[in-house]
Design a protein around this ligand. Structure first.
Ligand SMILES: NC(=O)c1ccc[n+]([C@@H]2O[C@H](COP(=O)([O-])OP(=O)(O)OC[C@H]3O[C@@H](n4cnc5c(N)ncnc54)[C@H](OP(=O)(O)O)[C@@H]3O)[C@@H](O)[C@H]2O)c1
Length: 252
């Protein structure tokens, strides 16, 4: 089976590091042209764009702000003309314990929802009319095992944001399937990135390692082949599904 994405334009958010970066590398090997979104890591994103080739371009946006998300979409369309696939991967995990000051605690919730859920929703809202006018498209949302298993007491907002992402993805799949729009959720367990490192620094590496069935912690590149397959359109009849990539740590 050959996966050829050479005619596809794909936006990957949060692609300067970690999972997003690994996804971009794999998609580019299959020929896709990438809109590599970043927030702070401009050098990394631009270096990746040069490395992967295929006329890929890096785009900046702080997804805390709706205006930036809208601007990101407009900037990408101006450069690329259209998009075939949207991968909502950018995310944050803020640790806030229950005894944190109420207003500080809820501010962290808001920030989490803005980046993890609202930006994903807004980019999806922007892209759907374009997908409809072009006869279809694919949306892949990177949620988390936490949406299903729950999380620790200091990551309640994170788990809730990812739960929202799952429900949102399923709704898009059901509502727009007749317009040939497909939507998938990926639910990773711990993946060795900066985000997981912060958690492991706090809880210890054994917290992440002890409950996986495999011997090695998942690496960002372990997610990329499945996402490339979904982007190809070869798995369209799985629309609405969630694919767990958690090394057997939560089987449901
Ligand atoms: N790592 C895990 O164990 C794990 C497990 C389950 C799910 N996930 C999910 O997988 C996705 C990728 O995670 P990761 O581990 O690769 O994370 P990461 O290494 O921390 O990278 C996060 C990415 O998101 C971008 N980002 C952060 N804040 C942003 C903001 N305000 N506006 C726009 N972009 C922002 C970052 O951009 P800059 O670097 O340019 O600022 C970076 O590219 C996330 O949605 C995460 O929740 C991760």
């Amino acid at each position: 089976m050959t996966i050829d994405l050479s005619n596809l334009n794909i936006l990957v958010t949060g692609a300067s590091r970690g999972i997003g970066r690994a996804i971009c590398k794999q998609l580019a090997i299959s020929g896709a042209r990438l809109a590599i979104h970043y927030n702070q890591q401009s050098d990394e994103a631009n270096k990746l764009a040069r490395e992967v080739g295929n006329k890929s371009i890096a785009f900046k946006a702080d997804l805390t702000h709706p205006k930036d998300a809208i601007q990101l979409y407009n900037d990408v369309i101006e450069e690329f003309g259209h998009l075939d696939v949207l991968i909502n991967n950018a995310g944050i995990a803020l640790s806030t314990e229950i005894d944190t000051d109420d207003l500080v605690w809820i501010a962290a919730w808001r920030q989490t929802m803005q980046v993890n859920l609202e930006a994903c929703a807004l980019l999806t809202k922007k892209i759907i009319p374009q997908f409809i006018s072009r006869g279809g498209g694919i949306i892949i949302n990177i949620a988390s095992r936490a949406a299903f298993r729950g999380d620790t007491s200091d990551y309640l907002a994170y788990a809730a944001s990812k739960g929202g992402m799952v429900a949102f993805t399923r709704s898009i799949a059901r509502a727009y399937g007749k317009q040939n729009i497909k939507a998938f959720t990926i639910a990773p367990g711990f993946v060795r990135t900066d985000m997981a490192q912060e958690f492991m620094d706090q809880y210890g590496e054994s917290y992440a390692l002890d409950d996986i069935a495999l011997s090695q912690l998942t690496q960002p590149q372990d997610l990329a082949p499945i996402i490339t397959l979904l982007a190809s359109g070869m798995a369209d009849h799985a629309t609405g599904c969630t694919i767990d990539v958690n090394a057997g740590s939560y089987v449901h």
